[in-house]
Design a protein around this ligand. Structure first.
Ligand SMILES: [Fe+2]
Ligand SMILES: [Fe+2]
Length: 284
């Protein structure tokens, strides 16, 4: 379809290991020729699945912007590509570049359909166990509580931090690198910040299992939405799609999630969320 009013759209947690979710991806199409699509991680676990999804979407949308989820960074024992940690991430970045998909390692694209430019910033910033469950005061206690309650993220077994000593250290290195880049390259533009994980802790307060929050983000990004003048902060991972506001900034969780989750929702599954332009009546 042709059109002059492209939109910046977003979706995440496509989890195409599920046949029902693959069908949703096959139905994902732009409304306008110049629609962009943000894919905020958890496309799937296998590299061939990630390649299929991002290739299909890159053929359909004017631009695709990707942030990695924890599932892309797993090294499943039966994936022919056994790369781990940073090497796996770099392999995914190379794959995206072949497909024309923007990654956190590329120049940040400017969304500017109407003379109001916004920098679209895909991030790769993980977690560091700073979002600890109530009554725990350090990482060891937080992790011990998770094991006691049986709420342990599969990342502990499949997401390797190589060559970093821990996923926490990898996260801290990414935070430093990203702050440096944003400070140098933002040029005073407002942003759309895209990360698989929420940049602030508040969205995790409604998790059914508070022990899981330690795998969901870091305190180190708590002021990024203000400091980098975010018009919108886009995230996924929690599988609790919703729109909220923190400090006056729109946060959009755009997860599809697993079939058992989206079947329970009243809204149709697999529809991308409109991020920009801001609809009339929405506050900036
Ligand atoms: Fe997910
Ligand atoms: Fe995730």
């Amino acid at each position: 379809m042709t059109g002059s009013s492209g939109r910046l759209l977003a979706i995440s947690d496509l989890h195409v290991g599920y046949a029902e979710n693959r069908a949703l991806v096959e139905g994902l199409r732009p409304d306008h020729d110049d629609d962009w699509l943000i894919v905020a991680g958890d496309v799937g676990e296998y590299l061939h699945d990630v390649e299929w999804v991002l290739g299909l979407l890159a053929d359909r949308f004017a631009r695709v912007v990707w942030s990695p989820g924890n599932h892309e960074l797993w090294t499943p024992r039966d994936d022919p590509v056994q790369l781990r940690g940073e090497a796996r991430y770099r392999h995914l970045v190379d794959l995206c570049r072949r497909l024309g998909v923007r990654t956190p390692e590329d120049p940040y694209p400017v969304w500017d359909p109407d003379g109001d430019p916004v920098l679209v910033v895909p991030l790769f910033v993980g977690y560091d166990h700073s979002w600890r469950p109530p009554g725990t005061w350090n990482r060891a206690q937080a992790l011990a509580r998770a094991y006691e309650t049986g709420v342990v993220c599969t990342d502990e077994f499949l997401l390797h931090p190589d060559p970093y000593p821990s996923r926490d250290a990898w996260c801290r290195a990414r935070v430093i690198r990203t702050e440096r880049r944003l400070d140098a390259e933002r040029g005073g533009l407002p942003t759309v910040l895209v990360n698989h994980y929420p940049l602030v802790r508040e969205p995790t307060r409604i998790l059914r299992h508070p022990e899981f929050a330690q795998w969901c983000g870091t305190d180190l990004t708590a002021d990024w939405h203000l400091h980098y003048e975010a018009r919108v902060a886009v995230y996924g991972h929690l599988h609790i799609p919703r729109s909220t506001r923190y400090d006056g900034v729109r946060f959009e969780e755009v997860s599809v999630g697993y079939p058992r989750e989206w079947r329970r929702r009243a809204t149709p599954p697999g529809r991308p969320r409109a991020i920009l332009p801001t609809l009339a009546g929405q506050l900036r």
